[in-house]
Design a protein around this ligand. Structure first.
Ligand code: FAD
Ligand code: SF4
Length: 487
């Protein structure tokens, strides 16, 4: 513990944001990391708790008190080493993780949590700026080959761990660039894609091979799912040519809203808007959806919906309304009941701050149009009685809309991919595999493993990294009989 009185002396500092009127004019990141001195002071707020709840609340079990102390003492390089010992991609989590560690921090009970995420951000950015993040190729090769299907955080974390253990790893990705939803879901203004290229260069130098534009399976996905594939590889080919296969294809089937008028021009799944926007910024192709001067309604109150709000503002929408079927959550949690767990409370993102109307407890009844083009939506207020949703009589209303983005989550992974491998599914349609025990992450099909959203359902980047790392260890054990990779 750096400074025993630090938490009493120093207040929590939040990172600086570029003003709204500046940042909505472009797609660049707008959060500035803390200066060295600020981060050191924030590190001093950590109490080095006997039971560090932050470490337990973090899905990758980041060794937070240690790097807080190292930053306080100015030992940045060692802090970076400790950070990397549990997390392959801190440049991503330090930008877009909701930080369950901070909800779990002991200081959060009666004070403001330690600014863990902002300290992580300062550490990894300093590491990048100083060239401290170098490839760590394996000293000895095992001669074993592993195929990974899907290049999101789960697949990439597994790839890096397995390459460092000496295996020959090939990542197959149906889209044209590597990164999964980090590349094509999360907008540039939250995560600069140059960071992904930077990290991919490290993976490549460690021996990971990438095959993009390659779909693994038999039957291609429907048009609601992004697919740039120009080549198909069958499950049989992978099973014949590799010693183990990891399925980390994410949870890509979007939840639909099949009400009257769903087919109207202007009604889209959120990713039909967000993916082309990311591609446009990368210089690949223009986004066919442009909401400049248009009225936008986003249906769904989560991260994906908030990203549609931020992107619509940057395109210059005339109005943006985000509606959600669930009731409005309370502004503040009752910490006595929720700590150290992730509380249900109203979350207002930086995209919301940039301007949008938000409304809750609303169900969409129909999309209305003229000549096949969306003009408005019909909606009704709902209330929840005994856990059941009921419409409020007489509360029907209409909302002007030129575009609707459906951001209601994802139901399950692509069933045809799991079926093509003969992988058993759980009750929610995810790949079935345990995460505990001797043969964890192994599906019912020999040498086929599953991790990330494809196994656990739609989740977070930090959970995908955890699953990728743990799955890598399970695969290493399967191939070698034992493993030195961390769990
Ligand atoms: C718009 C949006 C915003 C989000 N924002 C956040 C956020 O701010 N913070 C956060 O923590 N989480 C966020 N998430 C969730 C997070 O992105 C996911 O939980 C995470 O990326 C899952 O990682 P994954 O590796 O399991 O799968 P994914 O990232 O989904 O990657 C799967 C990859 O597999 C590929 N693939 C699938 N099937 C095949 C196949 N058969 N052959 C070849 N390739 C295949 C896909 O093309 C994809 O690239 C967001 C999600 C969305 C949609
Ligand atoms: S719970 Fe908070 S105060 Fe305690 S060790 Fe973790 S970061 Fe430090």
């Amino acid at each position: 513990m750096g400074k025993p009185t630090g938490f009493m002396e120093f207040k929590r500092l939040t990172e600086g944001y570029a003003p709204v009127e500046q940042r909505v004019n472009n797609y660049r990141e707008f959060v500035a990391h803390l200066s060295d001195a600020e981060a050191q002071q924030q590190g001093a707020r950590c109490m080095d708790c006997g039971i560090p709840f932050c470490n337990n609340g973090c899905p990758v079990n980041n060794i937070i008190p240690d790097w807080n102390d190292l930053v306080y003492r100015g030992n940045w390089q060692q802090a970076l080493e400790v950070l990397h010992s549990t997390n392959n991609f801190p440049e991503v989590t330090s930008r877009i993780c909701p930080a369950p560690c901070e909800a779990a921090c002991t200081l959060n009970i009666n004070n403001d949590a330690v600014g863990i995420k902002s300290i992580e951000h300062a550490i990894i950015d300093k590491g990048g700026e100083n060239g401290w993040v170098l490839p760590q190729p394996a000293k000895k090769k095992t001669g074993k080959k592993v195929a990974i299907v899907g290049s999101g955080p789960a697949g990439l974390a597994a790839a890096q761990q397995l390459a460092r253990a000496g295996h020959a790893v090939t990542v197959f990705e149906k889209n044209s660039r590597i990164g999964g939803l980090m590349r094509y879901g999360i907008p540039d203004f939250k995560l600069d894609k140059r960071l992904l290229d930077w990290r991919m260069a490290q993976l490549a130098a460690e021996g990971v091979q990438f095959q993009t534009n390659t779909f693994v399976g038999k039957e291609a996905p429907g048009k609601e799912v992004a697919n740039d594939a120009q080549k198909t590889v069958s499950p049989q080919q992978l099973q014949n040519n590799f010693d183990a296969v990891i399925l980390s294809g994410g949870s890509e089937q979007p939840r639909d809203l099949p009400v009257l008028g769903r087919q109207l021009k202007g009604v889209h799944f959120a990713l039909e808007f967000l993916i082309p926007q990311n591609k446009e910024i990368a210089g690949d192709a223009k986004n066919p959806i442009n909401v400049a001067g248009k009225h936008v309604v986003v249906i769904g109150g989560g991260d994906t919906g908030s990203d549609c709000v931020g992107t619509s503002n940057r395109q210059g929408a005339a109005s943006i309304t985000q509606i959600e079927v669930m009731p409005r959550a309370p502004e503040h949690e009752n910490k006595a009941l929720t700590w150290p767990y992730w509380p249900m409370k109203l979350r207002t993102s930086s995209s919301h701050d940039e301007g949008c109307e938000r409304d809750w407890a609303i169900a969409t009844q129909a999309f209305n149009g003229e000549k096949g083009v969306l003009k408005s939506i019909s909606a009704v207020r709902v209330e929840f009685r005994d856990g059941k949703m009921a419409e409020v009589a007489g509360s029907e209303f209409e909302l002007q809309a030129d575009y609707v983005f459906l951001a209601m989550g994802f139901t399950h992974p692509l069933a045809q991919v799991l079926d093509a491998f003969g992988v058993e599914k759980d009750a929610r349609g995810n790949a079935k595999a345990n995460t505990e025990g001797t043969d964890c992450y192994h599906t019912n099909v020999k040498k086929v493993f599953a991790a990330g959203d494809m196994r656990r359902g739609q989740s977070l980047v930090v959970w995908a990294i955890r699953e990728g790392r743990q799955c890598a260890r399970a695969v290493d054990e399967f191939l070698m009989g034992s493993s030195l990779l961390p769990r």
